[in-house]
Design a protein around this ligand. Structure first.
Ligand SMILES: *[C@@H]1O[C@H](CO)[C@@H](O)[C@H](O)[C@H]1NC(C)=O
Length: 289
């Protein structure tokens, strides 16, 4: 008995070490622009981006990923954030790139942020869905997740799915599945369109504007030297088959109900319902529930 419990305590301690190592921004990210406006703090546990009148800032992951379950906690620019955009996304390179986007459009104090989402495949996007959130995203950190496997992309907020983009290659819809992507984030000024369609401008007297990031976690296939390795990053959550569970994860009944709840109560724009934009008919993925 004593031997068993000390073995399980040891396992618990090893697990704790692995998950704290997963969140180190020094190890996983580079601040790539902004001339000191992006900062890694608290021994690598916190990253902040800021924006003022002369520049925004941004960071990117050191690794490239081909499929994964990627979580990040964000706390968005508080107060009057009108005109600011915090983009957090995955993207590959080249003219036929793939991209999976979260973009947070700021607002006047007390008015709701818009969470804008999009999926690009082979250089083509135009698949916007926008949401309000059911909480104030500036008051605390919340978890924004992308599950990306060969069958689907699921966007989630605090574990609640808000959007699913299925692999419908069988119907001629391109799906991101062969180009590795990096994680990017940036805080920038877009007051020509972001807030109420550009009507509300950035109030530079409130600058600098700051967004914060913590608790990055990727259970993912890491791309290097033209190949992908899914085996040796931590928290890989292997199922009994030996493959990572997220590789074939789909929405269970409860998650489907929550997705419907978000789409019914918080979705404010859906390209699949914008008939003025598609007078010749909606894209094929729009007719699949
Ligand atoms: C900002 O608030 C206005 C008024 O409530 C709302 O119409 C708009 O969708 C909000 N969000 C953005 C990003 O404009």
């Amino acid at each position: 008995m004593a031997a068993t419990s000390s073995a399980s305590i040891l396992l618990f301690m090893l697990a704790a070490v692995a998950s704290s190592a997963a969140g180190n921004f020094y190890q996983d990210f580079d601040v790539t622009w902004g001339d000191g406006r992006g900062k890694i703090l608290n021994n690598g546990n916190l990253l902040t981006l800021s924006l003022d009148k002369s520049s925004g800032s941004g960071f990117q992951s050191r690794k490239e990923y081909l499929f994964g379950k990627i979580d990040m906690q964000l706390k968005l620019v508080p107060g009057n954030s009108a005109g600011t955009v915090t983009a957090y996304y995955l993207s590959s390179k080249g003219s036929t790139w793939d991209e999976i986007d979260f973009e947070f459009l700021g607002n006047l104090s007390g008015d709701p942020y818009i969470l804008h989402t999009n999926v690009f495949a082979q250089g083509k996007g135009n698949r916007e869905q926008q949401f309000y959130l059911w909480f104030d995203p500036t008051a605390d950190f919340h978890t924004y997740s992308i599950l990306w496997n060969p069958q689907r992309i699921i966007f989630s907020v605090d574990g609640t799915p808000i959007r699913e983009y299925k692999n419908l290659e069988s119907r001629g819809v391109p799906f991101p599945k062969s180009q590795p992507m990096r994680i990017y984030s940036s805080l920038w000024n877009a007051d020509d369109w972001a807030t109420r369609g550009g009507l509300v401008k950035t109030d530079w007297s409130k600058a600098p504007f700051t967004a914060s990031y913590r608790n990055f976690n990727a259970e993912a296939c890491v791309w290097s030297n033209g190949g992908s390795s899914c085996g040796n990053n931590n928290n890989n959550n292997k199922g009994s088959s030996g493959a990572a569970a997220w590789m074939s994860q789909q929405l269970d009944t409860t998650s489907q109900q929550r997705l419907k709840w978000v789409q019914k109560n918080y979705m404010i724009y859906d390209y699949c319902k914008d008939s003025r934009r598609f007078p010749q008919g909606f894209p094929p993925e729009c007719s699949v529930a």
